[in-house]
Design a protein around this ligand. Structure first.
Ligand code: RNT
Ligand code: ZN
Length: 423
């Protein structure tokens, strides 16, 4: 559907007036949104397979379900798919890579031997697009993680293997930061945990702590690389005890002055990360968010514009702490068009941020501090029916990307002409 640009401008002018009557500046909100990059996760494009070996089976307590045709089979295809997705998303963003997306020119390169030279195409691509790169060691889908333990494994040689991999990854992150002029967030997530109730939770946690210390020993300037650690409650096969739990990493990140990664799917089902952000910011250097949507478990559904997504965005915007909160996405649905998945999830995250920016936070804060809770409820509910859609449409239009469902026409066309040929 082609937008009627005359109607779009008119609707925007009216919306601008409506918001102005509330003391809300729509132009300022859109400019603020421009400055909030979202790190798109490369792994939605190929169901977390990577390019290390053609027949990689995803393991480590995470999984994708579905067999939608047309997934990217190599880095060129993945970049082409990302180009398509990014052309349908307003603003300038980032890309989050995993070590298994290295390009080794067909050679087998051990994960401990990976270096920036295996990511030159990615760096070139990012440079051309003027976007930053983020990074992750890959400590799953590998024979040395087959026991379900990596950095906390009782076998020292296994721990050393993964320590070496993580050290290599931090150097790759540093190279990304140097090359692209924006620090790379290198996020460590390990699969380690027990399927059934363990005797000893302390020893593996002590080993994980020591391994992490060994990894972080090498000083790397925060101008180039920022370290993050990601906690989790349970995984498939680690239901009883995850070594890298929330308490573990909260303490670790606070004492080592690194970032903590909060993944929306990594807590008890009624727990929300939006309620953790403010507390974490009081004690940590900063946060990495893995914006995701769990349904009944850590299912990594594409994020929709639901209350929790809106609450996460409000937490980022209301305290003006976006410099300390790195927004990343982490979902993988193999049952739908993967490019559409990126576009829907990213645009929804931006919509949530824009909604949060279109709020008269200062007034609401004063109302709250005077304990006028009836007023607070009344205002918040009225805000919900403000003409947000007109501002969002105008934002997309003015930033040169399709308005409304027009982006989906482009995805369908790409599916017909490019994805269908992949077999
Ligand atoms: C797994 C974690 C982790 C992964 C990626 C692929 O539960 O959320 O962030 O999704 O590393
Ligand atoms: Zn995650």
């Amino acid at each position: 559907m082609k937008p009627n640009t005359g109607a779009l401008h008119k609707a925007y002018e009216l919306a601008k007036e409506s918001y102005a009557a509330w003391g809300i500046d729509t132009e300022a909100a859109m400019t603020a949104l421009d400055a909030l990059p979202i790190s798109l996760h490369c792994w939605q494009g190929d169901d977390v397979a990577g390019f290390e070996a053609p027949d990689t089976v995803l393991s480590g307590g995470i999984m994708t379900t579905g067999a939608y045709p047309g997934k990217a089979r190599n880095a060129e295809e993945l970049r082409a798919d990302l180009d398509k997705a990014l052309s349908l998303i307003p603003g300038t963003h980032r890309l989050n890579l995993h070590a298994i997306y290295a390009e080794t020119g067909g050679a087998t390169v051990d994960r401990t031997e990976l270096g920036p030279e295996h990511f030159t195409h990615w760096m070139q691509w990012a440079k051309e697009k003027n976007i930053g790169l983020d990074f992750n060691p890959t400590m799953f889908s590998h024979p040395k993680s087959a026991d379900g333990f990596t950095l906390s494994h009782p076998d020292k040689s296994i721990r050393e293997y993964w320590i070496a991999h993580c050290k290599a990854c931090r150097r790759i992150g540093e190279a990304f930061g140097r090359e692209l002029g924006t620090p790379c967030v290198t996020n460590i997530w390990v699969i380690d945990g027990f399927k059934d109730i363990p005797i000893d939770r302390m020893s593996p946690r002590q080993r994980l702590c020591d391994s992490l210390d060994a990894i972080l020993e090498e000083p790397i300037s925060s101008t180039y690389n920022l370290d993050a650690v990601e906690s989790k409650l349970f995984g498939i096969g680690s239901e009883a005890c995850v070594i890298g739990s929330h308490e573990f990493y909260m303490g670790y990140a606070a004492t080592r002055k690194i970032l903590l990664c909060l993944d929306a799917g990594h807590f008890h089902p009624t727990e929300v990360i939006s309620n953790k952000i403010s507390s974490c910011l009081l004690f940590l250097e900063g946060l990495l968010l893995h914006v995701s949507r769990p349904i009944r478990w850590d299912s990594d559904h594409v994020v929709i514009l639901d209350d929790e997504l809106r609450a996460i965005a409000q937490e980022i915007v209301r305290y003006n702490q976006s410099k300390r909160i790195h927004i990343g996405l982490d979902f993988f649905d193999a049952s739908i068009n993967r490019i559409a998945a990126w576009v829907i999830g990213t645009r929804n995250t931006q919509k949530a941020l824009l909604l949060a920016l279109l709020e008269n936070t200062e007034t609401l804060r004063q109302i709250e501090e005077s304990f006028s809770f009836t007023d607070r409820l009344a205002y918040l509910e009225e805000l919900k029916s403000m003409p947000f859609g007109a501002v969002w449409d105008y934002y997309c239009h003015s930033r040169g990307v399709p308005v409304g469902t027009a982006w989906f026409d482009a995805v369908k066309e790409y599916e017909r002409t490019i994805l269908a040929a992949r077999g």
